[in-house]
Design a protein around this ligand. Structure first.
Ligand SMILES: *Cc1c(COP(=O)(O)O)cnc(C)c1O
Length: 357
């Protein structure tokens, strides 16, 4: 039995999108492929609110994170950490031998412009990483305000944004906020199968990357740009996923971006109201995520058991992240192509299982 996915990735994928993946194969150096990528290009730019290039890369998001930080850091990078995924930027940098520092807040708290300002003022940094939506805690960081601060006081710092679990579920205005790298993968709020990443790259970042030694090969933005100009990719693209992306972008734009953000807001509001009524929210109320909610297990329920019973009824949610938060919290994702009705159905089932009224 299919269990509808209320987890923060992979997310529920509609049949039409699964079917779009089964279109007949085409050669990636053919005109047909270039036409496909060319059709996707402006639609994807709309979703990123940008006129900059948006590259398609056959990789999960982590690969693009690694490629981005490798191309960005020449002097020293600053990583902001508020949970497990933002920590990943630091681990990636260290694994690549890059000089980075980090500034951390307690899990459940958000990264504020003040925290970023204080940390950046202490060193000669050229790179900042921000995790737009911290999936382990359900925090959506105030990216717009952070970017405004950086652009005003540290104009040469490039801002790398992991938007994996927020992109396509909440507005990120790449050009207006003057960001440098925003990356996302297909299996979160884009509501597609995993395996494809999308990344918008600014002029500032392209320039930086051009002068970075040992910037790597597979994710090299300069190479990507060369091929992008003829609507191709340097290595073989994930053709099937790109066919699905084309269909998904049509549906996203048909829904309307503002409607999409409003639907996510409404789903988030629904889960929060329920959580406040029966449990409590784990994260700082100022920075609650619009794509995933972390709920404090104030009733001491057995989350694993709850999920088993939900499975029998055709749904799955997430336990808390890692040994710190498992069973102490649980997470309900409300992203992608889920609807408010889906969320209401899920919450009704949970109430029924737990005997809540
Ligand atoms: C899922 C997730 C990732 C990892 O992305 P992959 O596509 O699995 O590599 C990174 N960051 C955040 C915030 C995520 O939610």
């Amino acid at each position: 039995m299919y269990k509808k996915l209320f987890i923060p990735g992979p997310t529920h994928v509609r049949e039409r999108i699964l079917e779009a993946q089964t279109a007949l194969m085409i050669g990636h150096r053919s005109q047909e492929y270039s036409n496909l990528q060319g059709a996707i290009r402006p639609k994807l730019q709309k979703l990123f609110y940008t006129e900059q290039p948006v590259f398609l890369i056959a990789s999960s998001g982590t690969g693009v994170m690694e490629g981005s930080i490798r191309q960005a850091v020449q002097q020293r990078g600053l990583v902001t950490i508020c949970g497990a995924f933002s920590q990943r930027w630091y681990n990636l940098a260290v694994a690549n031998g890059l000089p980075v520092d980090h500034v951390s807040v307690e899990w459940g708290k958000g990264i504020t412009p003040e925290i970023v300002d204080e940390a950046l003022s202490k060193g000669d940094y050229d790179t900042l990483t921000v995790t737009f939506n911290e999936t382990s805690t359900g925090v959506m960081n105030p990216l717009k305000d952070i970017a405004a601060l950086v652009r005003e006081k540290y104009p040469d710092v490039v801002i790398l944004v992991d938007a994996v679990s927020g992109f396509a579920g909440a507005k990120v205005e790449f050009d207006a906020w003057d960001l440098d790298v925003v990356l996302a993968s297909s299996q979160k709020a884009l509501a597609m199968p995993p395996g494809l990443s999308v990344v918008a790259v600014s002029e500032r970042m392209l320039k930086r990357a051009a002068s970075t030694k040992n910037r790597g090969f597979y994710f090299d933005f300069q190479r990507a740009l060369k091929y992008y100009k003829r609507d191709q990719t340097p290595a073989t693209p994930a053709v099937s996923l790109i066919q699905a992306l084309n269909a998904q972008l049509d549906d996203i734009l048909a829904e309307g971006l503002d409607n999409r953000w409003a639907r996510h807001q409404e789903m988030a509001d629904t889960v929060r109201a329920w959580a406040r009524q029966y449990f409590d929210l784990f994260s700082d109320a100022r920075f609650l995520s619009n794509t995933v909610t972390t709920i404090k297990n104030t009733r001491g329920i057995n989350v694993a058991e709850l999920n088993k019973e939900l499975g029998r009824r055709g749904a799955t949610i997430s336990n808390g992240y890692g040994s710190q938060l498992r069973e102490r919290t649980f997470r309900i994702a409300h992203m992608g192509d889920l609807t408010v009705a889906d969320i209401q159905w899920l919450l009704g089932e949970i109430n029924d299982i737990l005997g809540l009224e």
